[in-house]
Ligand binder design. Structure first.
Ligand code: HMG
Ligand code: MG
Length: 303
């Protein structure tokens, strides 16, 4: 695999406790969430998305965000990040002493309206106080752009639309932008088109890719992004997190599968794959469900 742009080291942003659990139907206890996060911390992630300070009516599963943040054991070298949609969420997040916050919007109006009950422009306005509060507190800010490769309501999304939202986030002052394939429809050529459009908006080292494996294309998309020089990828341990728009389908790219690919290619992550499997095994016991990760299935199979 030859590419001048290929990174030697990649940052894997573990989003399972947030993006995975936000879709979970059964109640997961606060204690189990804390134990899961502590096991993931032990795996050595430099960034771990722990929970969301969103409306508890929107995401009841993460209503215990304050208790979770207070209960975890923080590992030196790990930044604990949370989702925040507005100033109210930011006040709660700062009170919980988070290291990083993520604001989240999208590239298609209908999705954003469903997700955060405002327009794309309205979301940017809601983020303004969040970013200034973060600056004051010295907290890093990530901005998510969902539906960057397709929208469950509007279908195809133009790369120029993604770049337009990225420019708004850059103007706001976010440190990093994560590009989400929310419904898992992207193919590698599309990754090239979207990253190409984004080059006009920001530098590659500020971009992260957030792929879903709904149609089995996530790792192919990771490879395409690596060859373009992208060095930050989001994933969820065990592949936790279904896609609400594709019942029964897998959602987030599994961290184990991503790490296997990266380590096999000689790309360093600083994350211990066996320790991620152990965390997934723990949560599988809590949920009573096997993880979607292919690597997990192979690693835990008994002859
Ligand atoms: P709204 O109903 O328009 O908000 O929701 P509101 O300001 O009118 O407030 C309604 C109620 O919620 C009020 O309480 C507020 O106080 C409360 P009431 O007076 O009725 O008792 N409230 C809050 N409480 C706690 N924390 C807060 C907060 N904000 C309001 N932060 C809102 C708008 C954005 C708040 C709501 O729609 C929301 O929280 N949405 C978040 C939904 C969510 O988390 N979705 C999943 C995100 S994942 C994603 O987008 C994709 C991503 O994973 C990448 C990918 O996979 O593609 C990032
Ligand atoms: Mg996701």
């Amino acid at each position: 695999m030859e590419s001048d742009m290929m990174p030697k080291r990649v940052t894997v942003v573990e989003v399972g406790p947030r993006d995975g659990l936000q879709n979970e139907k059964g109640v997961i206890s606060t204690e189990a969430k804390i134990a899961f996060i502590n096991m993931l911390s032990a795996a050595g992630f430099s960034v771990l998305e722990a929970t969301s300070f969103v409306s508890p009516k929107a995401i009841p599963q993460l209503a215990d965000a304050t208790e979770v943040m207070a209960g975890i054991t923080r590992r030196q070298g790990t930044r604990y990040a949370v989702l925040v949609p507005n100033a109210k969420g930011m006040e709660r997040a700062l009170a919980a002493h988070v290291d990083e916050v993520a604001v989240f919007t999208g590239a298609s109006e209908t999705f954003v309206q469903h997700n955060i009950r405002t327009s794309i422009a309205g979301s940017i306005e809601n983020f303004r106080p969040v970013v200034s509060m973060a600056r004051e507190a010295g907290v890093r800010v990530r901005g998510y752009i969902s539906t960057a490769f397709g929208c469950p309501y509007e279908g195809a999304v133009a790369p120029a639309a993604v770049a337009g939202v990225a420019r708004e986030l850059v103007a706001l002052g976010v440190d990093e932008i994560s590009i989400g394939d929310t419904i898992g429809v992207a193919t590698p050529n599309q990754v090239g088109d979207v990253v190409g459009a984004l080059r006009e908006a920001t530098s590659l080292d500020r971009l992260a890719m957030h792929f879903h494996d709904t149609r089995g294309t996530a790792l192919a998309n990771v490879l395409a992004a690596l060859e373009l020089g992208i060095a930050t990828f989001d994933s969820s341990s065990g592949g936790l997190g279904g896609c609400p728009y594709a019942p029964g389908a897998s959602g987030n790219l599994a961290t184990e599968d991503l790490l296997y690919l990266l380590h096999g290619m000689g790309i360093e992550t600083g994350v211990d794959l066996d320790a991620v499997v152990a965390a997934s095994r723990y949560l599988a016991g809590v949920r009573g469900l096997a993880p979607a990760s292919r690597y997990y299935a192979a690693a835990t199979a008994t002859a």
